[in-house]
Design a protein around this ligand. Structure first.
Ligand code: SF4
Ligand SMILES: [Zn+2]
Length: 366
């Protein structure tokens, strides 16, 4: 209906407003001098040597794109607050160093800021500089995250001077401008991503690319075929491609669809099929299904989830298809049938039913 106030973006109708009492209560409940979370995991250095990596997730002012609009699946806003100060982020960094024994026994550090690490509106430059320099001095392999359009020649030169060879991970999500715009609301194009890659290479920085498996408004079959194509198209341009199967974060657009039973997170079988179809990949292919087996993460029937997810995780380290030998379950037939129907009959959102509740009831509900 036409309104005197003009058009309203769907995004603003669906997303919880930043100042809604509930959002404020969640954000005010945390201590800005402590990171959101930090942990260590086994990893591989670029030359393939096994090592221990520390992942540090900081509480920051958050992504400028999210404050303006935001990606349809991104729930990082739960860890951000616009009053986080330089002292706060410095205290979080000190906290991580203290708790991790000044990175003793650790060779790799992943610094995640719910946005772009080196964007000055999000993170104070003094703090960026401290992390870049200190990790370089300690000989730690550093990974930071960024949006493509933020990788400007000036800033990348600045980063490379302080930590030569560090890796910049960009959430490209989809190598398809239509999907970026209408499914992800990503706010940048594949052209901008190409430009970012050139700038990173020109400064001898490492490149990691994230793809999103099954963005909203897409069937399982389409997600599988698209992701296979995207990996083939971009793998040679990245040192690593990391596929993130959708996990539904609270109060996002995809969460709204999920609660309305209009979106099912991907099947773990689709991930196995995707890996088998693209293997071997130029560089390294990593697939980490977050919340695997849970109803909000990539899942199968409930009986085989643990085993299939473990094989996918092992593949990300071994890069050996033998990890999938002998895997099977009765639900695999159901998955195959769903993917075939998705790609042969005209159902844009797919035929898939989720694992919650009774199938017959779901089909009968209006
Ligand atoms: S660019 Fe990244 S942090 Fe920003 S809204 Fe999108 S997914 Fe979230
Ligand atoms: Zn199963």
């Amino acid at each position: 209906m036409p309104s005197s106030e003009g058009a309203v973006k769907v995004h603003h109708l669906v997303k919880a407003p930043e100042n809604a009492p509930d959002s404020v209560r969640i954000r005010e409940s945390w201590d800005a001098t402590e990171p959101a979370v930090f942990y260590t995991t086994p990893e591989l250095l670029p030359d393939g040597t096994p090592c221990t990596a520390a992942t540090l997730i900081f509480r920051t002012k958050g992504c400028v794109w999210w404050w303006k609009s935001g990606c349809t699946f991104c729930g990082y806003f739960n860890d951000v607050r616009d009053d986080v100060t330089l002292d706060d982020v410095m205290a979080q960094w000190e906290h991580c160093k203290r708790e991790l024994n000044d990175f003793e026994g650790i060779d790799m550090v992943k610094v995640y800021t719910s946005g772009t690490f080196f964007e000055d509106r999000e993170n104070p430059p003094e703090w960026q500089e401290a992390i870049l320099r200190e990790t370089h001095e300690k000989g730690l392999h550093l990974i930071v995250e960024a949006r493509a359009e933020m990788c400007t020649p000036e800033k990348m030169e600045w980063v490379a001077e302080r930590h030569p060879g560090c890796v910049v991970a960009i959430g490209l999500e989809a190598y398809d401008d239509e999907v970026l715009k209408f499914h992800c609301n990503k706010g940048f194009s594949t052209k901008q991503w190409h430009r970012a890659i050139e700038t990173l290479r020109a400064n001898d920085l490492g490149v990691k690319t994230y793809l999103l498996f099954k963005p909203p408004f897409m069937s399982e079959g389409d997600a599988l075929n698209h992701c296979v194509e995207w990996i083939r198209a971009i793998a040679h341009l990245s040192d690593e491609v990391s596929v993130n199967p959708m996990n539904i974060q609270r109060r996002t657009i995809v969460d709204r669809l999920f609660r309305n039973r209009e979106y099912r997170p991907p099947w773990l079988w689709s991930l196995v099929d995707m890996i088998e179809r693209v293997h071997p990949v130029d560089g390294r292919l990593i697939v980490h299904p977050t919340a695997a087996g849970k109803i909000r993460g990539a899942h199968n029937c409930g009986k085989c989830d643990r085993e299939v997810a473990a094989a996918i995780e092992r593949y990300s380290v071994s890069l050996d298809l033998a990890e999938f030998t002998g895997l099977d379950c009765e639900c695999r037939k159901r998955w195959r049938c769903e993917v075939e129907l998705d790609t042969t009959i005209p159902v844009p959102l797919g035929v898939g039913l989720d694992r919650r509740g009774d199938d017959v009831e779901a089909l009968m509900s209006p």
